[in-house]
Design a binder for this molecule. Structure first.
Ligand code: 5GP
Length: 193
């Protein structure tokens, strides 16, 4: 029988580059399975339904959440709902394959409650100035959206201490490789009295 693998959860402040690090892992580490979230937000240009996200309407999302089909879910930046479909994650873990969730902090906290044995990795920016530069430089959000994201980021940065490991995103390739190397670490032995 194959041993169940350990789930890895990657979270961190807004615009720290979680998506870019996850995309690097998707491209260079085919052995790692990446969860595809459901979201109520509209697709951005170039995003493919079923690949980057499952794009659903609000009613569909609410049914999934109510049925318990989501391992975790959250409203991110006060705008759209995002959630992790539970069944595919369970299947992959049972098959013994390394699995990665790239989610926001609220979602990571939910997973910590339901799957405390998972590995929680905090992706940190090299510094606050760099985070602001990335956020403004991306230019995909309007002024109000940017302000909301910055405020979220300020609170989120303080959360690093809740995580098992912090990986600094000073370079995408380096950070992604460090993340993948952490994914191979064994599950800690259960505490004994
Ligand atoms: P974006 O809209 O830029 O793709 O993602 C916005 C935020 O939603 C990111 O911080 C991303 O980590 C988070 N996110 C994506 N999928 C999920 C999910 O399934 N659950 C939660 N809680 N957050 C998610």
């Amino acid at each position: 029988m194959t041993a169940r693998s350990r789930l890895t959860v990657l979270a961190g402040p807004t615009a720290v580059g979680k998506g870019t690090v996850a995309a690097y892992v998707r491209e260079h580490h085919p052995e790692v399975w990446l969860s595809v979230s459901v979201t109520t937000r509209r697709p951005r240009p170039g995003e493919v339904d079923g690949v980057h996200y499952h794009f659903v309407d609000d009613a569909t999302f609410d049914v999934m959440a109510a049925r318990g089909d989501l391992l975790e879910w959250a409203v991110v930046h006060g705008r759209a709902k995002y959630g992790t479909p539970r069944a595919p994650v369970e299947e992959i873990l049972d098959a013994g394959r390394p699995a990665l969730l790239e989610i926001d902090l609220q979602g990571a906290r939910q997973v910590r409650r339901t799957m405390p044995e998972a590995l929680f990795v905090f992706l940190s920016p090299p510094g606050w100035d760099e985070l602001v530069r990335r956020l403004v430089g991306r230019g995909t959000e309007d002024e109000e959206e940017r302000a909301a994201r910055l405020e979220t980021a300020r609170v989120e940065l303080a959360a690093a201490e809740e995580f098992d490991v912090t990986v600094v995103n000073d370079d995408v390739r380096r950070a992604a490789e460090e993340l993948v190397s952490w994914m191979g670490t064994p599950v800690p032995a259960p505490k004994r009295d």
